[in-house]
Design a protein. Structure first.
Length: 202
């Protein structure tokens, strides 16, 4: 989500719009820190993408030896991009800022690793994280697709009743596929280098 933040900030700058983008929890009971007309990104839902799931993965450790790992988890993230009114930003301006987000993802909605890494070298975005202090492996975002996700009127109403009770200009996006894997082998094995067939067919 931090990558989405820096991408939207760059697009707003390119469009000549003065506004900040925050990863923020809009379900707060007292959202006074978000009522400034800027754009907020909130995680709405996480789902596993099972259609591309493999039973396990294999990693070559040393020559002749293989590590068998549980397959990586591929996730789809649903996010809400919203903008609120404030004393300095009226409702129409909030709608315009929401529209800027739509235009940004219409302009580009698919990112490959080279493009993501380029943001790391030119912005505050850091591509990678570790699961714990003892781990030396960094898990990086390799690719990302941002699809506009259309809600029905009832779905939108139910969501906003649950998280705020107050509807603000917003749009929902589906981010796919976010892959996570902890590189710890569940068992090991030897690599098959050749197959010999004798006269008996074995």
């Amino acid at each position: 989500m931090d990558f989405i933040r820096v991408y939207l900030e760059k697009c707003l700058t390119d469009y000549g719009v003065t506004a900040s983008v925050k990863v923020a929890n809009i379900s707060k009971a007292e959202p006074t820190d978000m009522n400034d007309g800027d754009i907020n990104i909130t995680l709405l839902h996480i789902e596993e993408e099972r259609t591309v799931k493999e039973p396990y993965s294999i990693k070559r450790n040393v020559p002749g030896q293989l590590d068998i790992l549980n397959s990586e988890v591929k996730l789809n993230l649903y996010i809400i991009v919203s903008s609120e009114e404030s004393t300095s930003i009226d409702y129409t301006s909030a709608l315009k800022r929401r529209s800027y987000a739509i235009v940004a993802f219409q302009e580009k909605n698919h990112f490959i690793k080279a493009e993501i890494d380029a943001f790391e070298s030119t912005t505050s975005f850091v591509n990678g994280f570790v699961f714990d202090d003892t781990s030396t492996t960094t898990y990086k975002l390799e690719r990302l697709t941002c699809d506009l996700h259309t809600l029905t009127l009832d779905q939108s109403s139910n969501i906003w009743q649950a998280i705020r009770g107050k509807v603000v200009p917003n749009v929902v996006y589906k981010l796919r596929l976010i892959a996570l894997r902890y590189d710890r082998a569940i068992r090991g094995g030897k690599e098959v280098l050749e197959i010999n067939i004798n006269a008996s067919g074995v």
